[in-house]
Design a binder for this molecule. Structure first.
Ligand code: ZN
Length: 182
């Protein structure tokens, strides 16, 4: 079965201690696991898609403007990948199996070409890593489920600022979306 890895929102704003909307320690703890699976999959020729939030400051038409402080603003340091993942990306960004996908909503499918990318490559199974378990990972997983993809959640490579939400989402992935939890 052809696999892809969706690497979601592992950026400075979501992970660094001084990030604008940070998961803090919970997010920092998964760095080694996120980096390890990303490296392994790149080396094995699996398609890696960095699905990364992008916003414009004060966007009056964006629903998140009222909900969250400004984060992942275009062309800022906050939008770079966190820690070693940024190095992995810089080393491998020219590989044909490494892709960058700007997203503006929780789900990586909303308003993006993700569906076309997965279909074109014959992907049937999608691995999810990154943050937040109960927001962007969750909304993306729901869309994968509705579109008939097999879902694999790498438990040690997802995190949230909300521990209860994180645990609820892991149970939801497994019992409601039929995901494999690794
Ligand atoms: Zn956002």
């Amino acid at each position: 079965m052809k696999r892809a890895l969706l690497n979601i929102d592992y950026t400075n704003d979501f992970i660094a201690t001084n990030g604008a909307l940070t998961c803090g320690e919970a997010g920092q703890k998964i760095e080694a696991a996120v980096v390890a699976i990303t490296r392994t999959f790149i080396e094995n020729g699996v398609d890696i898609i960095y699905a990364i939030d992008v916003h414009d400051e004060g966007d009056a038409y964006h629903p998140e403007t009222k909900l969250f402080p400004p984060h992942n603003l275009r062309n800022t340091n906050g939008r770079l990948l966190y820690g070693q993942l940024q190095e992995v990306y810089e080393e491998s960004r020219d590989e044909l199996n490494v892709h960058w996908l700007d997203k503006t909503r929780y789900s990586a499918f909303a308003g993006t070409t993700l569906g076309i990318m997965l279909r074109a490559r014959g992907i049937e199974e999608v691995y999810l890593v990154g943050v937040c378990t109960d927001i962007c990972i969750l909304h993306t997983a729901v869309d994968l489920y509705n579109l008939g993809y097999r879902i694999v959640i790498v438990k040690d490579a997802v995190a949230s600022f909300n521990q209860m939400g994180h645990e609820w989402a892991l149970a939801h992935f497994e019992h409601t979306l039929g995901a494999t939890i690794l």
